[in-house]
Design a protein around this ligand. Structure first.
Ligand code: SF4
Ligand code: SF4
Length: 330
């Protein structure tokens, strides 16, 4: 069985990549599972999708714990522990990263035991045109790394999955997928199926007793009040809204009420104050502000500026890792 995991951020085509690969494998005659996994958060939050493929029925369920191939669309996730990019990887696992840095640098940095390869052309995640290609490009590369799906079947999968979006979208994605498929020829078949015992042939383990954890760990959090504050969603942000007080007209009811996470409050003078621990960077507030008093600033640049002001080391920013970083004016 092949087990593949795609990691990226919401809005970067991770779900599409998994879908395209899953459909390509299915059209090639494999039994397939493909499923994305994400929460209620939107753009910028770490998400993943997984695909299983086998020549026989797949009885294994749940997320892929021991991947044969890990595809990382956004290199900034590698150092974000909560994203779990390296979870379960071993010397059998091939890792494909969208990065301008060479595979050797990544292999050294993440102490990868298995093969590391990078996309032949780095996709700039701050470039809207490139972002549109992430799904197909990663699927095309993954197909070649597996080496069990033909170019024609890859094209058929793209047409089947994206045909409803019109011929221009199909052509663009075919081009992106073929570019990476062709460029990865030297690595064809580098991903090998795992030889784990099939799920239908294994011996069930004996029951074991687990001691109770403290109630605040073992009790279902959903029954406890006000626990969402414990989740620092600000860690996922790639861009942050920054207030320009000169432009702000203190019409706080506009931006305060627009924030879906309720992380903006007005101070006693009527200026908005943003809780960056929990602001996830969706930038709805910036779009809502008609005076353009909320600027979208890249997280890496904002943290570097903060560090320079305080003399502290910048935190591990969830930045895109693609240079040069741009600031956007909504
Ligand atoms: S909507 Fe814009 S101008 Fe009004 S308070 Fe918010 S940031 Fe200031
Ligand atoms: S403060 Fe702005 S960017 Fe942050 S979560 Fe609220 S609406 Fe989104």
């Amino acid at each position: 069985m092949y087990r593949i995991r795609f990691h990226g951020r919401g809005g970067q085509g991770v779900k599409t990549a998994g879908r395209l690969l899953g459909t390509a494998l299915f059209l090639q005659g494999f039994e397939v599972q493909d499923a994305p996994r994400y929460g209620a958060e939107r753009r910028g939050a770490p998400i993943f999708a997984y695909v299983r493929a086998d020549r026989q029925p797949i009885n294994e369920r749940g997320v892929v714990r021991r991947p044969d191939l890990v595809v990382v669309t956004d290199q900034s996730l590698v150092r974000l522990a909560v994203a779990g990019v390296g979870a379960g990887a071993d010397d059998h696992t091939v890792t494909l990263i969208n990065s301008p840095e060479p595979p050797a640098a990544w292999k050294d940095r993440v102490q990868a035991q298995g093969t590391v390869v990078t996309l032949p052309r780095t996709l700039d995640l701050e470039n809207a045109e490139d972002v549109r290609l992430v799904g197909a490009s990663c699927a095309g590369a993954a197909v070649r790394l597996l080496g069990v799906v033909t170019r024609e079947t890859l094209a058929a999968a793209i047409r089947e999955e994206l045909g409803g979006l019109g011929p221009a979208v199909v052509e663009r994605n075919l081009s992106g997928a073929f570019d990476t498929y062709d460029a990865m020829a030297a690595h064809e078949g580098v991903v090998l199926p795992c030889d784990d015992a099939p799920v239908d042939g294994y011996t069930p383990p004996d029951w074991i007793d687990l001691p109770f954890d403290d109630a605040d760990i073992s009790a279902p959090a959903i029954h406890a009040a006000a626990t969402s504050v414990e989740v620092r969603t600000g860690l996922w942000r790639t861009m942050r809204p920054v207030l320009d007080r000169e432009r702000c007209s203190r019409c706080w009811w506009n931006c305060v009420t627009a924030c879906p996470d309720g992380v903006i409050v007005a101070d006693q003078d009527g200026y908005p104050v943003i809780d960056y621990e929990h602001c996830k960077g969706c930038l709805i507030c910036a779009a809502q502000c008609r005076r353009h008093a909320l600027r979208a600033v890249s997280e890496r640049r904002a943290q570097a500026a903060e560090a320079a002001a305080t003399g502290a080391q910048p935190a591990a920013a969830p930045a895109t890792g693609t240079e040069p970083l741009r600031e956007a004016q909504p």
